[in-house]
Design a protein around this ligand. Structure first.
Ligand SMILES: *Cc1c(COP(=O)(O)O)cnc(C)c1O
Length: 234
């Protein structure tokens, strides 16, 4: 077994243990393999053992890998900060965008989503950590943004995404991580209560997937625990 396939299995085992602790069916938690900075060959290895959904943060990098992997049926999720001059490529090649934090970006994605493709699945990213974090819309603005995004014709609003501030991995801080995730979960529940059909909570990474699953994550976004420590960041 290669390292990547062993790591994937170890992550699935962690998900299963966390689901058991949370009295949840593991089938309700999807694993998104975050392949940013890693070469197409690593994605191919993960795909060979059945992984289909991959997350990327950088448009140029994703385009290059997609071209190399065009023989595979993969599902691509854009999870990084998105500038308006990059929305067209994202609308054309990705199935999901987890990081919508402004209406203008959502409008462009909707306008640019090709007609022959299904609606683009999106999550609104919420800043659940206040001043500790820069990305995501403010919790107070999220309901208004969600209503506007849900009305765009070529997007399908699936739910909410969050990245808590770093440094919440140790035991003392994992209670705080859970509070961050619980906030996102409560926000989703409130939107569902007003009639929105939101089935997704995209939350939990390599170091905090257990806390996220306890609070209702339906997609965990895992990079390091599958592919190893990233050698560089952009
Ligand atoms: C890089 C990244 C991840 C994966 O983080 P790991 O700690 O490597 O598991 C998840 N979500 C987002 C938005 C990321 O940018």
């Amino acid at each position: 077994m290669t390292t990547i396939s062993a790591n994937l299995q170890a992550v699935k085992d962690r998900i299963a243990v966390a689901c058991a602790a949370a009295h949840r069916d593991p089938a309700t938690v999807a694993l998104l393999a975050v392949s940013k900075t890693w070469p197409a060959a690593y994605i191919r290895e993960a795909a060979a053992v059945g992984q289909r959904a991959f997350g990327e943060n950088y448009v140029q990098e994703a385009l290059a890998k997609l071209a190399e992997l065009s023989d595979l049926e993969l599902q691509w999720h854009f999870i990084g900060p998105l500038q308006s001059n990059k929305t067209r490529s994202v609308a054309e090649i990705f199935s999901w965008v987890h990081s919508v934090e402004r209406l203008k970006i959502a409008e462009r994605l909707s306008e640019q989503r090709p007609g022959h493709l299904p609606q683009l699945n999106v999550c609104v990213q919420v800043n659940v950590s206040g001043e500790e974090s820069k990305s995501g819309c403010a919790p107070a603005e999220a309901p208004t943004l969600c209503r506007a995004v849900a009305a765009l014709p070529r997007l399908r609003l699936r739910g909410l995404m969050a990245i808590p501030e770093p440094g919440l991995a140790n035991e003392e801080n994992s209670a705080l991580a859970r509070r961050r995730f619980a906030l996102l979960s409560e926000m989703r529940d409130a939107l569902v209560a007003e009639g929105m059909e939101l089935d997704t909570l995209s939350m939990g990474m390599s170091h905090d997937l257990e806390a996220a699953i306890m609070e209702g994550a339906t997609i965990v976004r895992i990079g390091t625990a599958i592919f190893g420590e990233r050698l560089y960041t952009k």
